[in-house]
Design a protein around this ligand. Structure first.
Ligand SMILES: NC(=O)C1=CN([C@@H]2O[C@H](COP(=O)(O)OP(=O)(O)OC[C@H]3O[C@@H](n4cnc5c(N)ncnc54)[C@H](O)[C@@H]3O)[C@@H](O)[C@H]2O)C=CC1
Ligand SMILES: CC(C)[C@@H](O)CC[C@@H](C)[C@H]1CC[C@H]2[C@@H]3[C@H](O)CC4=CC(=O)CC[C@]4(C)[C@H]3CC[C@]12C
Length: 368
């Protein structure tokens, strides 16, 4: 949308707008998209915080809906200039069935695409994932790779499979004619492990540490690097792509971009300690405290327990065969494609990202 920058004329739709990333995208749009006239927030579960957003100059429309329901998606998309599709089931813990993950992440994305085509929305940004690439089932490392690095992206787990399928649908839809005769312009953003205010897994680690007397026990070698990116920078990249997609359609349409910033390369556990350490936790062990085969056994036991207990309760611990394999495989990115294509620079420095996250964990302490 290249014309007059300050006229409030644009309608955006954010699916999953009440999620961890979605909320940051919503708030970033309200702060940094001056052309916004209406912001539609589509989510299965609407948050109470939305009410506070309705007092500003932008019309904020909360829509309780399900991306698996095509008619609900079409009604929400109709009249929108831009759709930012973050809604999805981020489940690597066995909380939902593979069928449900596919239905939400793949069929839900297909519904969003078809809604854009049928109602004339021309710009679609999809929140994909590093997991579309890897780690693959062979546990091959991806060391400071970029969007062009050769890598055998082979998956079996329902989550990465669903993200890869959905991303392909979005990229293949680029150029399709929408109602009105103009082409649909799509692109996909691939965040690595997102951290920051609202990251439930970080909160889970913190509470686990509190239960263990202020200690967490190293399970993964410090040498295994895992890419992480601050949620505010991921949100900023989404806003920037949405702003630039129209007049850079030829360059950006049908492209994928890793989400990155200046967060340091560390193991998943050491990176978490950047925030949990200042909140009083200690990571015990300079190397894994138990042999890998024992971790594999414990992970398998957790899977068995989850299956046995399912008729009674949902048992979904952090450690399972998939999370262990992912945590134990180096996956980091080093790229500047987003900067080259649409001028992306991280909005938040590493120091700011760290300070904001620590501040949030400390408030989460109160909710322990
Ligand atoms: N958390 C992370 O580290 C990463 C997340 N991503 C992607 O970012 C996106 C957002 O992830 P998070 O914010 O972490 O997850 P989240 O679970 O906090 O947010 C997802 C949102 O989608 C909504 N949703 C789920 N099913 C829905 C349905 N059927 N209809 C409508 N809304 C539905 C949920 O209510 C939730 O508000 C996802 O697509 C995920 O695959 C990508 C890379 C890393
Ligand atoms: C119990 C220990 C082995 C512990 O270290 C396990 C950590 C584990 C829960 C996380 C390690 C890597 C994370 C994943 C990674 O950041 C990539 C992801 C991308 C997404 O799109 C969604 C989230 C996730 C799969 C993320 C989930 C948590 C980990 C597996």
């Amino acid at each position: 949308m290249a014309n007059s920058a300050q006229t409030q004329e644009l309608v955006y739709l954010v699916t999953g707008g009440c999620g961890f990333l979605g909320e940051h995208v919503v708030r970033m749009l309200l702060q940094r998209e001056p052309r916004l006239r209406e912001l539609r927030i589509f989510d299965l579960h609407l948050g109470p915080w939305l009410e506070e957003l309705k007092t500003g100059p932008v019309q904020v429309t909360a829509i309780q809906g399900d991306v698996t329901q095509a008619h609900e998606v079409a009604a929400a998309v109709a009249g929108a200039h831009v759709v930012i599709h973050t809604a999805g089931l981020v489940d690597v813990f066995g909380k939902t069935s593979p069928e449900t993950i596919h239905e939400v992440n793949v069929q839900g994305t297909q519904n969003v695409i078809e809604a854009c085509v049928q109602t004339g929305t021309r710009f679609l940004i999809y929140t994909s994932s590093m997991e579309v690439v890897g780690p693959n089932i062979k546990g091959q490392p991806f060391y400071r790779g970029n969007e062009n690095t050769p890598y055998e992206a082979v998956h079996r787990h329902p989550y990465p499979c669903s993200k890869a399928l959905a991303e392909r649908l979005v990229l293949e839809a680029n150029g399709r004619e929408v109602l009105g005769g103009l082409p649909l312009v799509t692109c996909a953003l691939r965040p690595t492990g997102i951290y920051g205010e609202g990251h439930q897994i970080m909160k889970d680690f913190y509470h686990q540490g509190l239960r263990l007397g202020g200690r967490l026990f190293r399970a993964i070698p410090a040498s295994v690097e895992h890419g992480r990116v601050y949620v505010g920078n991921v949100a900023w990249m989404h806003v920037l792509v949405a702003r630039e997609l129209e007049h850079r359609a030829a360059l950006m349409g049908g492209q994928v971009y890793f989400c990155y910033d200046n967060s340091p390369y560390k193991s998943y556990e050491d990176f978490n300690m950047e925030f949990l350490g200042p909140c009083g936790l200690r990571l015990v062990g300079t190397r894994p405290l138990m042999p890998y085969w024992l971790l594999v056994l414990l992970a398998a036991l957790n899977t068995l327990l989850q299956w046995l207990l399912r008729p009674l309760l949902l048992y979904a611990p952090l450690l399972n065969p998939y999370t262990l394999a992912v945590a134990n495989t180096t996956f980091t990115v080093s790229t500047d494609k987003a900067r080259r294509h649409f001028g992306y620079e991280p909005l938040f420095s590493w120091e700011e990202s760290r300070t904001r996250t620590i501040r949030w964990v400390r408030t989460a302490e109160g909710s322990a």
